[in-house]
Design a binder for this molecule. Structure first.
Ligand code: ADP
Length: 314
């Protein structure tokens, strides 16, 4: 197969491993910087161009789109989709999962366990918003934040009010969430491929840190999942419409709660912690699916059957 890897840096661990795994199985991989792809949106003949050349058709595209380029990156991916290339994760699913508020709304509709979460505009509603989330302590999250930046633990009502006021003053949108204390500064990253959890790790925050992000000094080890945790992770990926997803769970006293579903989960932490060949599993998934169907836009509630023939859709 001819596979396009949308990645800004071929030297990153995740990119290297995907290239290695695909080549080991006899596929050709071309790494493309999404920001250098441009689009000819002509009727009946959509094309992707790259650095002055028209790209020949690929069988599959693996999108690794960073949060800072979500808008342009998903537009490029959509162009591959309308041109008939099979996307490992679809553009619409990536956009959906990148929006923390939209993700939470969709998961709440489908009954996936999530922490109590509130969202409001007016400062007049701050008091009630805090009550909805069970009162202080609460976690306040910038909608646009990643890697734990913009995630604040407010221990008291007045601290929460001040933080909310400060973010509002900056015109930032924020979510307010109940603080899951019993998670003990740890979360579980479940790596889902094709509706199965193929690897999982526990991430433990550094001493005195409630955020477990590896970028914030957290450490990772192999996780053993309960059936309920496994099912929750699979459900969350399904609701988002993601074939490949990193689902982050908190272990709460009322069972697993989904914090976030990541559409371009990193491979380094999970391969090291689990010892699994995650890159190889992703390539195997592509082998099984790229030839069957092509781009197919599923929404979070869609139950449409898979089409056997490639059928580009927007
Ligand atoms: P980001 O997308 O920036 O990583 P997250 O929502 O994943 O933001 O939060 C970062 C970390 O903060 C999580 O990995 C988790 O350890 C901790 N955390 C987030 N929300 C909660 C919560 N409601 N209760 C307890 N800990 C939380």
């Amino acid at each position: 197969m001819r596979i396009a890897l949308l990645s800004r840096n071929a030297k990153l661990y995740s990119s290297r491993r995907l290239i290695e795994a695909a080549e080991a199985r006899g596929h050709e991989v071309v790494v493309l910087d999404a920001l250098r792809c441009y689009m000819d949106i002509e009727s009946g003949k959509p094309e992707v161009h790259y650095k002055g050349k028209t790209l020949e058709k690929f069988d599959a595209v693996i999108p690794r789109i960073g949060a800072s380029i979500t808008f342009y990156g998903t537009a490029v991916l959509r162009q591959f989709e309308v041109a008939g290339t099979y996307p490992v994760n679809e553009s619409v699913a990536i956009s959906r999962s990148r929006d923390k508020l939209r993700s939470m709304q969709l998961m709440s509709r489908k009954g996936v366990g999530i922490p109590k979460t509130g969202f409001a505009h007016s400062p007049d509603d701050t008091g009630d918003l805090l009550k909805l989330c069970g009162g202080a302590p609460v976690v306040i999250k910038l909608l646009e934040g990643t890697q734990g930046i913009g995630v604040v633990l407010a221990e008291t009502k007045s601290a929460a009010e001040s933080v909310i006021e400060a973010f509002r003053g900056l015109n930032a949108h924020i979510l307010v969430q109940e603080f899951i204390k019993e998670a003990g500064g740890a979360d579980i990253r479940c790596f889902v491929v094709g509706g199965k959890v193929i690897a999982a790790m526990v991430r433990q925050g550094a001493e005195g840190e409630f955020r477990s992000n590896l970028h914030r000094g957290g450490s990772a080890s192999l996780a053993k999942l309960s059936k309920q945790e496994r099912e929750t992770a699979i459900n969350a990926a399904k609701v988002m419409g993601l074939n490949v997803a990193g689902v982050d769970l908190l272990r709460s006293s009322r069972g697993p709660l989904v914090m976030e579903v990541n559409s371009s989960p990193g491979l380094e932490g999970i391969e090291n912690a689990s010892g699994k060949d995650v890159a190889g599993t992703i390539i195997e998934f592509i082998e099984k699916n790229a030839s069957v169907g092509s781009a197919r836009t599923r929404d979070a509630g869609s139950t449409r059957a898979r089409t056997a023939k490639p059928k580009p859709q927007a």
